[in-house]
Design a protein around this ligand. Structure first.
Ligand SMILES: NC(=O)c1ccc[n+]([C@@H]2O[C@H](COP(=O)([O-])OP(=O)(O)OC[C@H]3O[C@@H](n4cnc5c(N)ncnc54)[C@H](OP(=O)(O)O)[C@@H]3O)[C@@H](O)[C@H]2O)c1
Length: 279
């Protein structure tokens, strides 16, 4: 199986990356990012609101050196927080994120949430389009956008988002939204894919894991990529970081996929994008 997806603009992104939510600035995060890169990860996901871009940047620099690769081999995502929405504000916030990361470009910049003000997310998107058209960012996308948000955005957009990063788990399979994204050639990406560990003790997931001689986390990660969903599981544990990338040597069966599909309850763990305003 290919280890990257190709966007509608021809650029590519690794299917598996490292998440960094709820890890503070500091040595633990620097080491995790470095270890991920040395272990073969090429994609790292952060955000302004995670308050950890400096350590992510330091981990990237150390990882590049230790792995003997170059910056261009990596795919770095960061996100615009709602407090910084606006046409001018989005461009200023992007530069501030780059300064903290110590990078001169990001591979992907996302609107983190739609928020409750349609005009404001459209103005912010125009700011991201300007960054993209000026060659300051490689790709632009959104996160937590539902069909209504995207319909509205696409009416106004001159650059289509490459990706929508959404909550996607066996309990919330987002079939309608994923069908919509596929039709528009927008890639789906999952956040909190392991449900912070909760899904790993599900009996169906554990049984499938045992059958394949894999861990429950590997089953969920493989399930994501077989559903054409890019995934960024978070771990600061070296053995888990390695385990989470080691999913390209097996396949789920039709029966496995059927059983996982049956777990859907349309149940969210995180906020509902239709209602969330950042607080
Ligand atoms: N766009 C958005 O609104 C949004 C929202 C939430 C998250 N995200 C992104 O998505 C990423 C992933 O989501 P998340 O951090 O919320 O949670 P997650 O990836 O679902 O789960 C992370 C938790 O699972 C544990 N874990 C990781 N690999 C494991 C393994 N192989 N076996 C057992 N446990 C394992 C980690 O523990 P250790 O670290 O202790 O190993 C950590 O406690 C975030 O880090 C962030 O980058 C985006």
């Amino acid at each position: 199986m290919e280890q990257t997806v190709t966007f509608h603009n021809g650029n590519t992104m690794p299917k598996v990356g490292l998440g960094t939510f709820r890890v503070e600035e500091g040595q633990e995060l620097v080491e995790a990012v470095k270890h991920a890169i040395v272990s073969g990860y090429r994609s790292i996901d952060t955000a302004r609101i995670y308050d950890n871009e400096q350590s992510v940047g330091e981990g990237i620099r150390q990882g590049i050196e230790a792995a003997g690769i170059s910056r261009a081999d990596l795919f770095i995502t960061t996100k615009l927080w709602l407090d910084d929405y606006g046409y001018e504000e989005s461009q200023t916030a992007y530069q501030a994120s780059l300064d903290r990361l110590g990078l001169d470009y990001a591979d992907l910049y996302l609107l983190h949430w739609p928020g409750q003000d349609t005009q404001l997310y459209i103005d912010s998107w125009k700011g991201l389009e300007k960054l993209y058209n000026d060659g300051k960012v490689r790709n632009i996308g959104v996160s937590n956008f539902n069909i209504e948000h995207l319909d509205r955005l696409l009416e106004e957009a001159s650059v289509k988002p490459v990706i929508n990063q959404i909550e996607f788990t066996p309990y919330l399979n987002q079939q309608e939204l994923r069908d919509y994204l596929k039709e528009k050639f927008i890639v789906a990406e999952s956040w909190s894919p392991l449900m912070n560990g909760e899904i790993l003790t599900n009996e169906v997931v554990m049984n499938i894991a045992e059958k394949h001689g894999k861990s429950p986390a590997q089953i969920i990660i493989r399930w994501n990529i077989e559903k054409d969903v890019v995934i960024i599981p978070k771990s600061v544990t070296p053995s888990r970081i390695e385990e989470n990338l080691n999913i390209f040597d097996f396949e789920l069966t039709k029966e496995d996929l059927y059983e996982l599909d049956q777990l859907n309850e349309d149940r969210r763990n995180g906020p509902d994008p239709a209602e969330y305003n950042g607080h």
